[in-house]
Design a binder for this molecule. Structure first.
Ligand SMILES: O=C(O)C(=O)[C@H](O)CO
Ligand SMILES: [Mg+2]
Length: 251
């Protein structure tokens, strides 16, 4: 098993370039982030070169206060496209493999149409990069447009672009739908990235209602060899939470 450190949550007390160095020192195989836009892409690219870690992905901007993405918001097409352009430019500068296009808080047919339109735009503009969509759970993100893997599957089919993939975050899937490993198996051809955290407290993947050693076993059986995103909230000392990583890497 290989793992990617999600620097939106891990080592947040460090600057992003130093968090990349910390992830390398801790033995991660890759990094990913949430919203890196305040940090010059050149500084991030330099830290990636220095450590040899690839950047797997980043998110489109949340938008204004209280927002969580713009792409499914009716009437916000120009801003949604600008957010996609911004993310793709940053991805290009840091050679990030994927961009997660965030839907936002919205419901209904107009939101669905706006999201499909934005995703078609993103997939066309991505130039070989993967575009990800991620269902978020309704405890952390009440009112978020994309809530289930079934909804994501239907949207991926409707958009019909080969570079549109599902971000399968086991934490969100367990909270919303359960049956995580059957879903991993069935959705495998659609999955572009896998993320993990304990459920329900979103800590390290070594406790709670999901048995991650079993998830590692299933992913290994499925020949999943891309780094799995460690997207959990470690509290103050990320290094003190990494016992699970040693165990999983030893598999
Ligand atoms: O919250 C998550 O799981 C994510 O992966 C996103 O980056 C959105 O916040
Ligand atoms: Mg996630």
């Amino acid at each position: 098993m290989r793992f990617s450190a999600n620097l939106g949550f891990l080592w947040t007390e460090l600057t992003l370039p130093n968090a990349i160095r910390a992830a390398a020192a801790a033995g991660f195989d890759a990094v990913e982030c949430h919203w890196p836009y305040d940090v010059p892409a050149d500084d991030v690219a330099a830290a990636l070169r220095e450590t040899g870690l690839p950047m797997l992905g980043l998110n489109t901007t949340r938008g204004g206060p209280g927002e969580n993405g713009l792409s499914a918001l009716p009437g916000r097409r120009a801003e949604a496209r600008a957010a996609i352009d911004q993310a793709l430019a940053y991805a290009q500068a840091t050679d990030a493999a994927a961009v997660h296009v965030m839907a936002g808080f919205a419901q209904g047919d107009a939101a669905h149409a706006a999201f499909v339109d934005a995703l078609r735009y993103a997939c066309d503009a991505a130039q070989g990069r993967v575009i990800l969509i991620e269902p978020l759970n309704h405890y952390d993100a009440p009112g978020y447009f994309l809530r289930t893997t079934a909804q994501a599957e239907a949207i991926i089919a409707e958009v019909g672009a080969p570079n549109l993939k599902l971000m399968f975050d086991c934490y969100h899937v367990q909270l919303m739908e359960g049956d995580v490993t059957h879903r991993l198996v069935r959705l495998l051809p659609l999955i572009g990235h896998v993320q993990v955290a304990s459920v329900p407290d979103r800590g390290a993947p070594d406790h709670g209602e999901l048995n991650y050693p079993h998830v590692w076993e299933v992913l290994t059986r499925l020949d999943w060899d891309a780094p799995v995103g460690a997207e959990y909230k470690p509290g103050e000392d990320t290094d003190a939470t990494l016992g699970w990583l040693r165990g999983a890497q030893a598999r």
